[in-house]
Design a binder for this molecule. Structure first.
Ligand SMILES: C[S@@+](CC[C@H](N)C(=O)[O-])C[C@H]1O[C@@H](n2cnc3c(N)ncnc32)[C@H](O)[C@@H]1O
Length: 289
């Protein structure tokens, strides 16, 4: 079981993190809490298809041969994706995160699980130079954190680091979706000027919009301009039928049934580009050149 020593958490907490964040991390990592629960922490053991990682992991397992491939994981966070790549049989895994805490967590995870094919670095992805290209690159919920002016360069850099024919997975919150999925969960909060959006979220007791989601059209344009072919658009499902099955049967709720209905109606209009309205943009891109 993954155990981060308390002193290590406290040292890092004093340096960089709020108490709320540390409490949240403790919950993520407390084996007792997670023993019987279905959470992101347990991506491998107990994948929930509706969490950001589960969706990606399901897609990888179904469509991508990871065996022996080189993988770059950008913004490793808790290291759970690194674990996923290792379990999927990746060859060499390289990962980095700008913050010290995620790097410590990821290294600790690798030690605890006996994973020894991972190079974990602490650095800024935008600054880091690499002397190789990768078969697979994964960047989940990171782009919105790099600062508005750095988002396009970051997407371009992801593409530049993929080998020809390599696969790049990117997930980020979608500014084109009417709901601010990343922070407040409220409609339009991420479209308003930041100050007004913050007051709006506070009025409803929600987390204020803090980060910078990109609209799908822009993401797509940047990826294509950098030699990418988008392979998949719908929540990492490969067809409308699979999407409906996923939203209506596997993740049944009134909201999802309505949502699946809307996507089905808009599907011909959007010509399959349903990422344009989903809360998260999930793109699988193949590097063509
Ligand atoms: C929301 S977390 C996502 C973590 C992980 N990708 C996952 O799927 O669980 C965002 C992570 O990106 C990292 N990050 C933000 N900007 C970065 C940058 N410029 N270079 C490297 N890592 C960065 C943060 O420190 C944080 O760990």
């Amino acid at each position: 079981m993954l155990q981060i020593p308390n002193e290590e958490i406290n040292r890092l907490a004093n340096a960089n993190y709020s108490n709320d964040f540390i409490d949240m991390l403790r919950k993520w990592y407390d084996p007792e809490i997670h023993k019987n629960r279905d959470t992101n922490r347990l991506i491998i053991e107990n994948i929930r298809p509706d969490n950001v990682h589960g969706v990606m992991y399901n897609y990888i397992m179904k469509h991508i041969n990871v065996e022996g491939r080189s993988v770059l994981e950008v913004g490793c966070g808790s290291g759970q994706n690194v674990e996923a790549w290792h379990r999927a049989g990746a060859g060499k895994i390289t990962t980095l995160d700008i913050d010290e805490f995620p790097v410590v967590l990821t290294k600790q995870r690798c030690v605890d699980l006996g994973i020894d094919n991972v190079d974990v670095m602490q650095s800024d992805f935008l600054e880091q130079e690499f002397d190789e290209k990768f078969d697979i690159i994964n960047c989940v919920q990171v782009i919105e954190h790099v600062g508005r002016e750095n988002q396009v360069p970051a997407l371009a850099k992801l593409m530049s680091l993929a080998k020809k024919g390599g696969i790049v997975f990117i997930q980020l919150p979608n500014k084109s979706c009417i709901i601010d999925a990343h922070d407040s969960g409220l409609p339009f909060a991420h479209w308003l000027p930041r100050r007004i959006g913050v007051s709006y979220a506070k009025l409803f007791g929600r987390t204020p919009p803090m980060w910078d989601p990109m609209p799908y059209g822009k993401v797509r344009k940047v990826l294509e301009a950098n030699g990418g072919e988008i392979l998949n658009n719908i929540d990492l499902c490969s067809s409308l039928g699979e999407f409906i099955d996923y939203r209506v049967n596997k993740r049944r709720s009134l909201k999802n049934i309505i949502f699946a209905g809307i996507v089905t109606c808009l599907y011909p209009v959007l010509r399959g580009n349903t990422n344009a309205i989903l809360p998260n943009i999930n793109v699988i891109v193949r590097k063509l050149i």
